[in-house]
Design a protein around this ligand. Structure first.
Ligand code: GDP
Length: 311
């Protein structure tokens, strides 16, 4: 990848895609190509092929996906499967057919088995049953990894799959029903402060452990992988540390200067008990994250305050 490369960022309106575009711009890449959903529906094979035939990107970053938290995933398995399979099949196939030199396919740590040994190494893929609450998304993403690996093996394509841990940051989804836990907690604490409440309701038992990475750190890792010379097919991206949901809730309360308490609604699902990635592979290549959780939460809250009119 050079500063002259035509780089197509699929999903640039989302949290991950927009972080990657910001980073590419900051680094001085001048030929960044984006299309809104209205301009190009990535679920349509013909439209995607026409776009690739016309634009001929050199590099593709596939950050486009239907994503959502534990509730959204378990309530909409059909949409999570169909939309993600369609988007990634179209983008990966067109990248291969229209001469893309490098492709980065982004997934998530939920592709690994529910009870994978912790921290989870890339080798754990397909070694056991998945967590049922996000199985549809995971199956789609696993198919995407396998497609990239198949293109590498059969046609020598340098397609990389990167699996980030739970992400957060600006442009995250703050809808309490469909969001992931960190934006939900930020919003709940913000509203509790505004309403003078003394507690926030946290789903589940508080005991599951999760790892969190700021989207800007993922953008940094994405550029690093695209510029690396070593061949890599599947790579985890995380911060290497996890905490319980209770500790996370307490951290959000502290960073947002809320003196109330988290209380736990155990009628809501816990999901997988632990999901800490082994980041030895990307560390050995020379990458490490740089945004501590408390700093990242503070930055995300500042974004939320600035852009949350209407919340
Ligand atoms: P997951 O990592 O795929 O399970 O996705 P989530 O980010 O949605 O949930 C992570 C954990 O946070 C689960 O144990 C949830 O039960 C818990 N959690 C606690 N409060 C909330 C909340 O308000 N929203 C969400 N989405 N999860 C919550």
């Amino acid at each position: 990848m050079t500063f002259d490369s035509k780089i197509f960022v699929a999903g640039h309106c989302g949290m991950v895609g927009s972080a990657i575009v910001r980073r590419l711009e900051r680094e001085g890449f001048s030929r960044i190509i984006v299309r809104s959903r209205r301009e190009l529906d990535l679920r349509g094979r013909v439209a995607v092929r026409e776009f690739f035939a016309e634009v001929r990107p050199d590099v593709v970053i596939d950050a486009a996906a239907r994503v959502g938290g534990i509730m959204a995933n378990s309530e909409k398995p059909v949409e999570f499967l169909l939309e993600n399979l369609a988007i990634q099949n179209n983008v990966i196939e067109a990248s291969a057919d229209y001469g893309v030199q490098k492709l980065l396919f982004l997934g998530s740590s939920c592709i690994y088995p529910k009870l994978a040994p912790q921290p989870i190494r890339e080798e754990s893929l397909l070694s056991g049953p998945l967590e049922p609450t996000n199985e549809a998304y995971a199956i789609a993403k696993i198919a995407g990894i396998k497609l990239c690996q198949a293109y590498a093996r059969e046609y020598g394509k340098p397609f990389i799959s990167a699996m980030p841990t739970n992400l957060y940051g600006p442009k995250d989804n703050f809808d309490l029903h469909t969001s992931h836990v960190l934006p939900a907690l930020i919003r709940k604490v913000h509203e509790a402060k505004k309403n003078g409440a003394s507690e926030i309701v946290v789903w589940g038992s508080g005991s599951p452990r999760r790892e969190f990475l700021h989207a800007d750190d993922l953008a940094d890792a994405s550029l690093f992988l695209l510029q690396a010379h070593e061949p890599v097919d599947l790579v985890n991206i995380g911060c290497g540390e996890d905490l319980t949901i209770r500790e996370l809730a307490e951290t959000v309360c502290r960073v947002l200067e809320f003196s109330g308490q988290p209380v736990f609604d155990t009628s809501k699902p816990d999901g997988t008990p632990r999901k800490l990635l082994d980041i030895g592979r990307i560390r050995a290549m020379g990458w490490k994250p740089s945004i501590p959780l408390e700093v990242g939460i503070k930055k995300t809250y500042e974004w939320f305050i600035a852009f949350s009119e209407g919340f």
